[in-house]
Ligand binder design. Sequence first.
Ligand SMILES: Cc1cc2nc3c(=O)[nH]c(=O)nc-3n(C[C@H](O)[C@H](O)[C@H](O)COP(=O)(O)OP(=O)(O)OC[C@H]3O[C@@H](n4cnc5c(N)ncnc54)[C@H](O)[C@@H]3O)c2cc1C
Length: 431
Amino acid sequence: MAAEQTEPGEALVGPTLVVGAGQAGISLVTALRELGDDQPVVLVGDEPESPYERPPLSKTYLRGEHDRASLHFRDSGWFAEHGVELLTGEAVVDIERGPTGGRAVTSAGRRVDFTRLALTTGAANRSLPVEGAQLEGLHSVRTLADADRLAPELRTAGHVVVIGGGFIGLEVAADARAEGASVTVVEAAERVLGRAVTATLSDFVREAHERRGTRILLGANVVRLTGRGGRVTGVTLADGTELRADVVVVGIGAVPRTELADQLGLAVDPAGIVVDEHARTSDGLTVAAGDCAVGPNPFGRGLPGPTRLESVPHATDQARAAAATLAGQPTAYAAVPWFWSDQADLRLQMAGLPQGADHEVVRGDVAAERFSVLSYRNGLLLAVESVGSSADYLAVKRALEKGMTIAADAAADSTVPLKRLISRPVDTRSS
Ligand SMILES: Cc1cc2nc3c(=O)[nH]c(=O)nc-3n(C[C@H](O)[C@H](O)[C@H](O)COP(=O)(O)OP(=O)(O)OC[C@H]3O[C@@H](n4cnc5c(N)ncnc54)[C@H](O)[C@@H]3O)c2cc1C
């Protein structure tokens, strides 16, 4: 079952090629083996690392609280034992396929022949299109190498400016504040965390950061970075405000990596490689999963229409659906999305998707930083956002996974555990 070792330039007949050795790539390969598929796999990743988890990069790892080796999903023995040839530090740069297979070429000049193909190429951080963006001291966080570069600078920086008030930006801001820096978050929109969360949670998060000493500027646009001797010293905003900065971290979102899908002539839209509920791309043969893909909303109660979720659970679940398709055992991808974010001493946990809600219930104590927001549409539970309230989060996640609901009027009473209120939804269409 072991795939043959090859030298650059040598041909390799690998029945399954997985491009992108990240969360979705390793999940797909693992799922193939769990499904009993024993065809050799070649897993190609352009980073020098074997697959590792990204969430700690903006949290515990950045703060020096997480051991580097423990970020990796598998040790080298696992790949050999499972018939997976892992190629690291090599990008697939050229690819073509027909109905029975194809051929890829890596940046090292290695050729990989395949019969089945999966694209798990992830996303790349959006770069800041302003003057001064090449200065030293400017960072973004996506890879382990990025975090390794940023961590020592954060430890000694007096003034840190974070551009972008999304999850990653706010996590890094909290880390920088914990290191004692003076921190300013510059957000172009009128709220932090964009439309991913309710306005209630967004307002709370902004105020919680402000209470911890972080300055947050909303509706603020960066026009220039200034520097001295090639290193950043400040950030200039459109209204003329000058912010002092020893370190600038840019977290303004990510763009799906679709170059190979374009080469293959697959359907691609600005949100990613278009897939169906089986993670199948438009050629009906290649699969794609994770941050690079956009597909039908997997959440039954979510708004219909194409959805691209950037999260570990999504990458894992969609990759499992992709593996099932490759193994000839297609199973539609359906799941309740969930997500977490650690910001300073705050733990945010979310399940479901609140978009399209027409009613919300806040239970718990917002001032004490222990509360949950439950979102509803037509009386049906859609989502929960919890701060320091894991029991609420777990109860709602479980209810959603079982197709159940929690009555809104009862949910507001925080003396009653939510798990006791889970009930069958009333069919509002017949009333
Ligand atoms: C700093 C940070 C913090 C995060 N925190 C959380 C969190 O708290 N909770 C959560 O749920 N999610 C979090 N996420 C999101 C989560 O990590 C991603 O959604 C997930 O990693 C997506 O998996 P993926 O496999 O699609 O992409 P990735 O994990 O990015 O893997 C894609 C890989 O493919 C490689 N690649 C691309 N093109 C090629 C090519 N042509 N040839 C070879 N290799 C290629 C890329 O370099 C990359 O290594 C975080 C992300 C980041 C960056």
